[in-house]
Design a binder for this molecule. Structure first.
Ligand code: KG4
Ligand code: ZN
Length: 388
């Protein structure tokens, strides 16, 4: 049963006419038989409007995504009402594209799965509202999805990974280490006490004005830092990894962000450069931040692996560490994690980059996993709320 909390959001009343017209537009492949169960997944928790149709065996039949990154880069961060408006403008088209690409008629779906938590309230509301209109019109089961669960289970779509496994989720909004014991059975081992690593990298990139750098103008903050770091010397600045003496698996990135902020201000003075212009030492700063971030993430993960092995919660010889989220696409951070997994006889697995970041496939796949396990499938959507 879905747990509702007081902060849960309400959504506007569905427009029946709009959804009816939407459904009427699907008149292809009459009578085509699908052998497997089919799940439509819808994701709008942050700044990507995404949808996909995945079958029971993990075949991705169709997908579509609209990214808002470019718009939010211009405003220097996500403005929730802007994100909401863009989701509203794109959701119908994106779901339609995913369904059309899959050649599946909405009536042939076995269930609709949608992210309902956690995320931005205004963004979650658009996806949930749209999904509930579809669910009610089509009389299909609804599967509410926890965004982090979906990230964690994605690896089982691409690789044969059995429970339990360790998962490290690192992105702009998430930072956690958990032991995944089953489809909805997670043991949280550590989390960020403040901001997520991607958020910190985005803030540093913004402070360095990397959006004005000719090579980085269209890149996310984290990607820009990775790109520039290749041209820099990571040892030029001595940044200390956070929480070196904390005996747990938690993370922290705000302190590092403040230290780097001060360093940039000092360098601006030294180089006689005004805020908003690019420092000659930007690449060295990017390299040092990336290195320190990688060290911090690797050390906390090492600790979690040792803890789980010691407690017999992970196999001594066949343990698996799954790393996902936007920051997991950083090859320097992956290399640091590879050193950790080699030293602890663990296998390191990362979903392909397009499945590391937010997408509709992971939501549909989480729906399939829940359908197969028979958990969290709702036939009555009364009282369903999103949870920011
Ligand atoms: O998973 P994601 O698409 O969205 C959520 O935050 O949920 O991750 C986006 C984050 C951003 O903070 C972005 O700067 C970061 O992932 N990112 C990277 C890289 N590519 C994206 N961070 C480090 N290195 C990268 N190559
Ligand atoms: Zn995410």
């Amino acid at each position: 049963m879905l747990i509702l909390n007081k902060a849960a959001g309400l959504f506007p009343k569905p427009s029946k006419r709009k959804i009816y017209e939407f459904l009427r537009s699907f008149n292809f492949h009459p009578g085509k038989q699908f052998l497997h169960k089919l799940v439509l997944g819808i994701e709008t928790s942050c700044d990507d409007t995404a949808a996909a149709v995945v079958d029971e065996t993990g075949n991705v039949l169709g997908e579509a995504i609209h990214s808002q990154t470019e718009v939010h880069l211009k405003t220097g961060g996500i403005v929730p009402p802007v994100a909401q408006q863009l989701h509203r403008e794109n959701i119908q088209r994106i779901v339609q594209e995913a369904l059309s690409a899959s050649k599946v008629c909405p009536s042939e779906l076995s269930a609709i799965a949608t992210t309902i938590k956690p995320g931005l309230a205004l963004s979650l509301g658009v996806g949930l509202s749209f999904s509930l209109q579809l669910v009610n019109q089509l009389k299909k089961p609804f599967i509410p999805i926890h965004h982090m669960e979906a990230h964690a289970l994605t690896i089982r779509l691409t690789n044969k990974v059995e429970f339990p496994f360790l998962v490290l989720l690192i992105s702009g909004g998430h930072c956690l280490l958990a032991l995944v014991r089953g489809v909805s059975d997670f043991l949280l081992l550590g989390k960020s006490l403040d901001i997520a690593p991607g958020d910190m990298l985005d803030k540093v990139a913004r402070r360095l004005s990397l959006v004005k750098h000719p090579e980085c103008s269209t890149m996310s903050g984290g990607k820009a830092i990775e790109h520039l770091a290749k041209q820099g010397n990571k040892l030029h600045f001595d940044l200390k990894p956070p929480m070196q003496h904390a005996k747990n698996c938690d993370f922290s990135f705000t302190g590092l962000q403040h230290v780097v902020d001060k360093l940039i201000t000092q360098k601006e003075k030294e180089e006689g450069i005004e805020k908003g212009h690019i420092l000659s030492s930007a690449a060295d700063i990017a390299a040092a931040v990336q290195h320190t971030t990688a060290c911090h993430i690797a050390k906390r993960t090492h600790r979690a692996i040792l803890f789980c092995k010691q407690k017999g919660m992970l196999s001594q010889s066949n343990a698996v560490l799954v790393v996902s989220g936007g920051v997991a696409s950083n090859l320097y951070i992956r290399k640091a994690l590879e050193i950790v997994t080699n030293a602890t006889q663990c296998a390191l697995l990362c979903p392909p980059p397009r499945l590391c970041t937010d997408n509709g496939i992971m939501i549909a796949w989480n729906g399939v996993e829940r359908l197969r396990a028979g958990v969290g499938i709702l036939h009555d959507t009364e009282g369903i709320r999103y949870e920011p």
